[in-house]
Design a protein around this ligand. Structure first.
Ligand code: ZN
Length: 297
């Protein structure tokens, strides 16, 4: 009897305690990038409540915020943006939600590559927005997110630092894996023909030359002159395989493989995490394996 009431009072105490723990509000984070969602969730751990506005598999070039997105942003302490002109709606977001939370344009603190090809209506002002194809950029973004979370909750500084450094170690191991895999490919074979000009940062990091079929927008139709020029370039460079994206229009790729004898090497993941790769690590392993195995044949 005595024992039971002791257990009961311990239970009540624990409930009361957890009630107080819940009362210590989590940091509300709004993320507009699947990559930043992974970073914020990993670095913030149990102290953050991350709303992923960009769901896995959604094209960030076409995304438009809904009223429910606006409401979540209005309640957020931190709003993480991919930036480099990816979120054309950011002004509307800020206007509609006021200034309660801090908007962090993560990509804008990272080095920029110019886009060499511009087609269709998506030009991104000539700045390549696909910074997450460089692991070094993901490491830099992780430090930015760590510092912003620490600014909001200085008491959690040590935990955020530990989470970030564990994640960065995993990214560095991934970078080593990518370098080893790419080393299977002689330098003169590192030529990347893709439908969507999204791999500039990847190419710079790992010594590839990009030969994009269309521009930044996956839906843009390349002109016939551009395609025939590319066909000639592929023939003279002896490129073995060409690639496309998960949601790309395959027409130009089919014409190119027919005319050049290059094989279709597979679909690459260009615009973030999705059903085929739920993590940054899975995305790199999938893309790099697809590219290297097709080009080394
Ligand atoms: Zn893209």
């Amino acid at each position: 009897m005595k024992k039971r009431s002791f257990i009961l009072s311990m239970l009540l105490l624990a409930t009361g305690l957890s009630g107080r723990l819940v009362a210590q509000d989590k940091i509300k984070v709004s993320s507009f990038s699947t990559i930043l969602t992974e970073i914020a969730t990993t670095v913030g751990g149990a102290r953050v409540d991350v709303t992923a506005h960009l769901k896995p598999g959604v094209d960030p070039h076409d995304f438009e915020p809904k009223p429910s997105d606006m409401r979540a942003v209005a309640a957020s302490d931190l709003v993480l943006l991919s930036a480099k002109h990816m979120e054309g709606y950011v002004g509307r977001l800020q206007e509609a939600t006021g200034t309660r939370g801090k908007f962090v344009h993560v990509g804008d603190s990272l080095p920029s590559l110019k886009l060499t090809v511009q087609h269709g209506d998506h030009t991104h002002d000539g700045e390549d927005p696909h910074w997450w194809h460089s692991i070094r950029n993901i490491v830099r973004a992780t430090k930015t997110v760590r510092d912003e979370l620490t600014r909001i909750s200085p008491a959690d500084k040590a935990a955020f630092a530990a989470n970030a450094s564990a994640y960065i170690s995993r990214l560095e191991a991934l970078d080593q894996w990518v370098k080893l895999k790419v080393a299977e490919l002689p330098r003169d074979r590192r030529k990347l023909v893709t439908n969507h000009d999204a791999f500039g940062y990847f190419a710079k990091e790992y010594g590839f030359t990009v030969m994009p079929i269309a521009g930044v927008s996956k839906n843009a139709q390349p002109g016939s002159k551009a395609v025939s020029e590319l066909i000639n370039a592929i023939k003279s460079a002896g490129v073995k395989a060409v690639f496309s994206e998960d949601v790309a229009n395959p027409k130009a790729v089919q014409e190119i493989t027919r005319e050049t004898g290059a094989v279709f090497g597979g679909e690459l993941l260009s615009d973030g995490l999705g059903p085929k790769a739920a993590t940054v690590e899975a995305m790199f392993k999938y893309n790099v394996t697809t590219i290297v195995d097709a080009l080394k044949k």
